[in-house]
Design a protein around this ligand. Sequence first.
Ligand code: GRF
Length: 272
Amino acid sequence: MAAEQSRKLRLAVLVSGGGTNLQALIDRAKSGDLSAEIVVVASDRKDALGLVRARKAGIATHVVNYGAHLQSGGEDLGKQPFPVDLRQLDRVQKILKHEDDSTRILHLGRLVLAEQELIEKLSPYQPDFICLAGYMRLVSPYFLAHYNVAGGMRVLNIHPALLPAFPGQHGYSDTLAYGCKWGGITVHFVDEGEDTGPIIAQAVYPVWPDDDLEQVRQRGLQLEYEVYSQCINWLAAGQVRLIESSEKRLITTIDDPSYPAIVNSWLQKSFM
Ligand code: GRF
């Protein structure tokens, strides 16, 4: 699909580390292959290499010091008005699993304060979508509710495994350690769970007998770059439809006649 056929989306990209996915998006935006403009990049780490990449590309950057919020004694939680009812939020969240209620709610409150700062920093840029790209922070339902308006889902993630296999942060090493013969990557909307949101697209790659972790990671990353940008182009073209499955689960369907050819091209690339 030609990128110029659709309206350019405004993207906020969140990174914690090296930012090679961010770089791939920057490069594709520059070459006209992405129907989107990266309007801001934010990080929870001031030393994230992704921030350097963004600045080099002339993109505004911001840092939110999650550590300061998460380690605070929670004094701010007593401040009025707190942005959200934490007990209500705790009922819908599925990410924090501390056994006792007060520890969990305190942690959730601190996370909300960090996210409030993040939202304030992103707001002036009016992003259409928030793209997590190696962002190592949990996203609470408070953050999601801010962006998921009018029935749309607006927060995306790239995951280094074929979900629902291997959620969490170690997709490539889990794939290798399990002895998988195929690995995969997933772009999905973010919901209240850990890597459980509606899948937009997936691609697979072969794992060869002598592969080490770096070879597996590199093969997967090349696909991540392709698939993430394609998903953004589908979103820009209005070709990603959220529907309810017969099991009452939100899933997506892609309304692009070129879909089979695109998936086939990912498969071919995975053998290169
Ligand atoms: C990628 O493997 C992505 O799937 C995962 O974190 C990694 C980020 O890599 N969520 P990079 O920072 O984009 O190089």
